[in-house]
Design a protein around this ligand. Structure first.
Ligand code: SF4
Length: 132
């Protein structure tokens, strides 16, 4: 299995506990979250629409909502892609372990998570905010 994921979605998947925009989105999120834990799965990284966006009601003409909002989301992706080279295809399990090594406290995700509507419900963010 090959997954294509936006940079910031690596953090979202680690923090997922069942919330989402609608039923189809949540079902797909559950599926992708299972697939990313398999030894046979690889991940390519992007700052464009990915395998999660494909089932999201916010995706319009390949953009997250509109040009302005999409730019904000891309900036969140690029914050992650500055630290993880997007030209490489990764072993999924190792990639998600790497996330834990790179993002170790609330400050490390400040430019990525602070403006996200889900951060209070995100298990990954909650874990980091307890590491202050
Ligand atoms: S379209 Fe936007 S809100 Fe929906 S999953 Fe993609 S980045 Fe998130």
């Amino acid at each position: 299995m090959k997954l294509v994921l936006r940079g910031h979605h690596l953090l979202c998947l680690k923090g997922f506990q069942g919330y989402g925009y609608d039923e189809d989105f949540v079902e797909n999120m559950i599926e992708v979250n299972s697939q990313r834990k398999l030894d046979t799965t690889t991940v390519s990284l992007t700052n464009e629409a990915d395998d999660l966006c494909a089932h999201c009601p916010n995706l319009k003409n390949g953009l997250c909502k509109d040009d302005a909002h999409n730019e904000t989301i891309r900036n969140m992706d690029d914050e992650v892609l500055k630290k993880i080279d997007p030209s490489i295809e990764y072993d999924s399990v190792k990639l998600f372990e790497k996330i834990d090594e790179i993002f170790t406290n609330e400050e490390s995700v400040s430019n990525i998570c602070f403006n996200c509507m889900w951060h209070e419900k995100c298990l990954f963010y909650q874990k980091l905010s307890n590491n202050r």
